[in-house]
Design a protein. Structure first.
Length: 188
């Protein structure tokens, strides 16, 4: 934490600017901000990165920024669309860059709270994607927050103005953001 402020980075969305999953991420980050965090959003075009290759040490400016934001984060919120029942390639490739943190004082996502959200058109894809995100976070030594969200975008719509068609879903997303801050604060 820098100066007592919790830094939370939100990663997710799709190639489509202002996608449903990006809008869900914004609501979760709003919950983190309401809990006192400084937030950074990395989504859409920011996630268009070369395929991760550990044998190539050079990083594009976007990849370098992603790694630095995660390195300096006290907590993370991940939101992935569910493509064919799992994490999108765009989000998975971004998560692969966390390997660059393996030699850090806090390797990977070590001891960081991570909120996980999956948005898909259908419950099966949403639930499977959420399970995949939580498994990835465990493998990267992070702590998935107790609350995660599987959002069925066939039933729930996120509007450009930040509104959500289901207030319970919006509340859940904000709670996930707040839990990231709560757990990051308790680590100090």
């Amino acid at each position: 934490m820098s100066g007592g402020t919790v830094n939370v980075v939100g990663i997710g969305g799709s190639l489509r600017a202002d996608s449903q999953s990006e809008r869900a991420l914004r609501i979760a980050l709003d919950g983190a901000e309401r809990a006192g965090a400084k937030t950074t959003l990395i989504t859409g075009a920011d996630l268009v990165l070369p395929f991760y290759d550990p044998a190539v040490p050079e990083r594009s400016p976007s990849a370098y920024r992603l790694v630095e934001e995660i390195r300096n984060a006290d907590g993370v919120v991940l939101v992935s669309p569910g493509y064919h029942g799992t994490v999108s390639g765009l989000v998975k490739n971004a998560l692969d860059y966390i390997e660059d943190l393996r030699e850090d004082r806090r390797p990977y996502l070590d001891a960081r709270a991570v909120g996980c959200v999956a948005a898909a058109r259908g419950w099966q894809a949403a639930v499977n994607t959420l399970t995949s995100l939580r498994s990835i976070v465990h493998a990267l030594r992070g702590w998935p927050t107790p609350l995660g969200a599987a959002v069925n975008s066939a039933d729930v719509r996120f509007e450009a103005d930040g509104a959500c068609s289901d207030e319970q879903v919006a509340s859940t997303l904000r709670t996930i953001g707040a839990q990231v801050v709560e757990f990051a604060t308790s680590r100090v």
